[in-house]
Design a protein around this ligand. Sequence first.
Ligand code: MG
Ligand code: ZN
Length: 347
Amino acid sequence: MVNMGNGPVRTDKPKNIILLIGDGMGLTQISAGMYANGNSLNLEKMPVTGLMTTYSYNKLITDSAAGATAFACGCKTRNGALGMTADKKPCRTILEQAQSFNMACGLVATCSVTHATPAAFVAHVQERADKEAIATYFVEKPLDLFIGGGLQFFENRKLDQRNIRRELEGKGCLIYDYRDKKLSEVPFDPAHPVAWFSAMDEPDHILNGRDYLPLAARIAPDFLKKRANGKGFFMMLEGSQIDWACHANDGKRAIAEMLDFDAAIGEILRFAERDGETLVVVTADHETGGMAIEQGSNLDSLALDFTSTYHSASMIPVFAYGPGSKSFSGIYDNTDIYKKMIAALQW
Ligand code: MG
Ligand code: ZN
């Protein structure tokens, strides 16, 4: 295990925040990924750990929309709602607050960018399924960077005749997509906001060849730091499909998604160690599948089982590194993730 406590951390106030969300990543998903990976994860390098409750306003078992809204806005909301309070009013997100301070902002996901977790940071809708409505929020105050699927909700809309991609390009954003460029071929010119669409709808799962998350994790912080021009940045990166693999009760795929997310964590920690002014927080919105590592397992072959095809209500681990990380130890609520980030930034 590598101790990262000796990095160039100078103060307790971070300039940048990188929030990493492994959707559906409970302790068993982490444990299974670690055992399957030679008993090792990048996650182990993070010095501060905590636990949090994840229930939503109206359900003990949250969905990803209410879970991400707790992180983005610090409030409990109803399952299905994004960036809305429990009484159905829009609530300001940490990303929108960062934009108001002229910080650079970015979202990276292995789902569509209009899917619940990334959408909670930019959109204000009562119903997570309204993906075309969610896409319109991306053009109101364009992000400096976004990477993920969902191109159809920008280009081929049924709701209206708008082409959100063209509107973003009209605002100076450089938009690329999987049809003409791999992520590795995209020129990241910090003079412009940049987006890369990885799929028309949802990206492939990891065992079907999707491979861009660790590369996106390597590119995004350096790009956002340049875009921020000294003002700091906020970034959310999601390993979106740990959840989907566990809904499908597919342990092999869940481990592969977990290790893809952990590779992204490794890239982010390398940046944060070099940078010294970045608070990194890794957590999950909820556990999925009621996953268990059962009798008969050993390090070389895990016997995995599931008790559910939906989410569970077990507490979720939180990991933190960098300036402001100390406050993330202990047991608290998912809405406290927002409050602790805001307190660290001294807003
Ligand atoms: Mg998600
Ligand atoms: Zn789910």
